[in-house]
Design a protein around this ligand. Structure first.
Ligand code: HEM
Length: 401
């Protein structure tokens, strides 16, 4: 299978070629100097290794994401042609009117009014867990705390039978590895896992085994009522399964790691818990969990003076846009008083994260309990995840004093 080759041979003369492999492990470990180089090269660069344009400035990334008519998702939002084929027609990879209809269905259980009833249960679980971990010497915070709410509550809300719930983390991890181009060993290894997921979600016996009252069970009743097709059912369940766990777990790990690494900001948060929402947005800005997504130009179009030909593909580098010095003063600084609500960690426009409210609720619940119960966060060690599409930690050793 050939990759989508979309950089025109005669790329516009005002586009600077950047010859880095953004999936290289050494670059992934600290991509920020290269992100700066890409931003400084112009509003759009040519990522020659990947045959796509790269967009790393905040204003341009935001305006492209908000312009679905000129920059489509339908032909695939990853750099991997097989993934794009597998995801064809999904919520993530569709434009209006298909997207509008499917998004309405996906959003039903994720609207703030639906989520407010969850708060008590999330708080109770977190309160108990933080109390258990307090004072214990070094504990691994990703496994012990960051996964708690996504694994215990969110996977239950989705409603798959037990063996499906057990696989959700593997499926999510594999999905985000397969955003990298075909030929990358970790992307290629992800496909057999994804195949297993698709087989599981399209198994005719699945609907009868869903947890009654769950999101997936609610969806199946819409199939039975003739409101959505069985194909839409597995596509929407996939939209709940793949992006709902790892993204939030990584976001939570990043948030706790940033606070432990910046004791002055932790002290400030302890003295002013009203800063919790700002603190979460600032952590999502500084350490965006999702690398980015691709769009394709539907016509010849200009982006800040650069001609983008019809059919060209553009990679939005969300973590780079979030540190754009044109938008944020001292962008590399973790400043919990900053109003960073316009960060692009959740994307922007019609595809803006459907689970953003749920993720914010989970993050806020954990942070509230930490602020209430813990005086000092002692960082012992950390291990970065090697996932190709996500930025975060697989392990963080800490003592919660
Ligand atoms: C901190 C946690 C999260 C982050 C950083 C994140 C990030 C993102 C981003 C960047 C997009 C935009 C994709 C694009 O523009 O092509 C997105 C879309 C999406 N996210 Fe999240 N996400 C998170 C949590 C969740 C959760 C908890 C769910 C739960 C159901 C979820 C479900 C979705 C869905 C269904 C979409 C597709 C929306 C569409 O195409 O209309 N996400 N997410």
């Amino acid at each position: 299978m050939t990759e989508l080759n979309t950089l025109p041979a005669d790329s516009p003369s005002n586009v600077i070629p950047i010859d880095y492999d953004i999936f290289d492990d050494a670059i992934r470990a600290d991509p920020f100097p290269i992100y700066r180089e890409i931003r400084d090269s112009g509003p759009v660069c040519a990522l020659t290794r990947h045959d796509v344009f790269g967009v790393a400035r905040h204003a341009e990334a935001k305006s492209i994401l908000e312009n679905w008519a000129d920059f489509s998702s339908a032909s695939g939002v990853t750099m991997n042609s097989i993934t794009n084929e597998v995801m064809n027609g999904s919520l993530l990879q569709s434009d209006p009117p298909v997207h509008t209809q499917m998004r309405k269905v996906v959003m039903r259980p994720l609207a703030p009014s639906q989520l407010s009833g969850l708060r008590g249960r999330l708080t109770e679980l977190t309160r108990e867990r933080v109390a258990q971990l307090k004072g214990k010497g070094p504990i691994e915070i990703v496994g012990q705390l960051a996964t708690l709410l996504p694994l215990s509550v969110v996977s239950e809300l989705v409603g798959l039978p037990e063996e499906g719930r057990d696989n959700m983390l593997d499926w999510a991890n594999a999905s985000f590895n397969t955003v990298a181009p075909v030929g990358h060993p970790r992307a290629d290894a992800g496909f057999s896992v994804i195949e297993g997921m698709v087989k599981y979600l399209t198994d005719p016996s699945l609907p009868s085994r869903l947890r009654p009252g769950s999101w997936a069970a609610g969806l199946w009743s819409e199939v039975e009522a003739g409101e959505i097709s069985p194909d839409d059912f597995s596509s929407v369940v996939q939209a709940y399964v793949m992006p709902s766990l790892d993204t939030t777990i990584y976001g939570m790990g990043n948030l706790i790691w940033l606070l432990a690494s910046n004791p002055d900001q932790w002290a400030l948060l302890k003295s002013q818990p009203a800063l919790i929402p700002r603190c979460i947005n600032e952590a999502l800005r500084l350490e965006a969990p999702v690398l980015g997504f691709v769009r394709q130009a539907t016509r010849d179009v200009e982006v800040s003076g650069i001609a983008i030909p019809e059919g060209a593909r553009l990679m939005m580098l969300l973590g780079a846009a979030n540190r754009d010095e044109r938008r944020y003063e001292n962008p590399d600084l973790f400043d919990i008083q900053r109003d960073a609500r316009d960060h692009l960690a959740f994307g922007a426009g019609i595809h803006r994260c459907a689970g953003g409210n749920l993720a914010m609720l989970e993050l806020a619940t954990v942070l509230e309990e930490l602020v209430k119960q813990i005086d000092h966060l002692e960082l012992v060690s950390e291990l970065r995840s090697d996932n190709l599409g996500l930025r975060g930690f697989s392990e963080i050793e800490m003592v919660l004093h």
